[in-house]
Design a protein around this ligand. Structure first.
Ligand code: ATP
Ligand code: ZN
Length: 213
């Protein structure tokens, strides 16, 4: 039986459409798979798994999927042993620190001893450590942007693209922790045949990226 490459992409959300479009632009026919766990490409030896983005690094590390598309923000927060093979140029955003708009913000020293709410404790901790700042990091699972308004935190760290969510919640962006985009990752122990299939896919992805520039 011919070997197939298994790719994990986001099931629904901000990366879903661009991930499917990338495969289609690569000439790969993806049968409509939303609300399904997996589907197959018709004209390329590829199986597509639809997963929550947070789970993709783990699945690729464990070789449940051979490759995956995920935001750098999620990848570096999860600290999994996988290899980045290509930057994909979509899903661009930044992980930023924000404080109340009326707050005087002299610099990172403002954050010393303050309460920071985030869904990215690992990246925040690393950023603050590099700056020699110690804060009280509270990991919360969602709606981070409301935390300062309800007195839960003095600052937040969250993903930003236009900044409108921050604005609507009376916040201002003061530091960038990470600039992020979607990347293609792979399992660290692919066999020769899998690596060859991956090379064919990367070749097409680069052609698509080139055509766009
Ligand atoms: P899932 O249900 O798969 O866990 P999610 O709610 O965690 O989805 P989305 O909001 O769909 O995730 O975002 C997926 C990824 O899209 C983010 O991790 C990030 O890499 C990227 N992204 C790009 N722009 C933004 C933005 N403005 N806000 C949030 N994520 C963004
Ligand atoms: Zn997620």
């Amino acid at each position: 039986m011919q070997q197939k490459l298994k790719i994990a992409i986001q099931k629904s959300g901000r990366l879903y459409e661009d991930s499917v479009k990338l495969l289609k632009d690569c000439g790969i026919d993806v049968k409509n798979g939303i609300n399904k766990l997996k589907t197959e490409a018709e004209n390329f030896p590829l199986e597509i798994y639809f997963l929550r983005d947070d789970d993709i690094p783990q699945y690729v590390e464990d070789a449940v999927a051979d490759i995956g598309i995920v935001g750098e923000n999620v990848l570096y927060e999860k600290k999994k042993a996988v290899t980045v093979v290509e930057e994909l140029g979509f899903g661009k955003c930044r992980l930023s620190i924000a404080v109340k708009r009326n707050e005087d913000y002299p610099g990172v020293e403002f954050l010393q001893g303050k309460r920071i709410a985030t869904t990215y404790p690992v990246l925040v901790e690393r950023f603050l450590q590099e700056k020699g700042i110690r804060s009280d990091i509270h990991e919360i699972s969602g709606s981070v942007e409301i935390a300062p308004g309800i007195g839960l935190a003095d600052a937040i760290v969250d993903l930003v693209s236009s900044g409108s969510t921050l604005f609507m919640n009376g916040l201002k962006e003061v530091e960038t922790v990470l600039k992020s985009q979607a990347v293609l990752i792979r399992n660290n122990q692919l066999n020769d045949e899998q690596l060859k299939l991956l090379d064919r896919l990367i070749f097409r992805i680069r052609a698509v990226k080139k055509a766009k520039n």
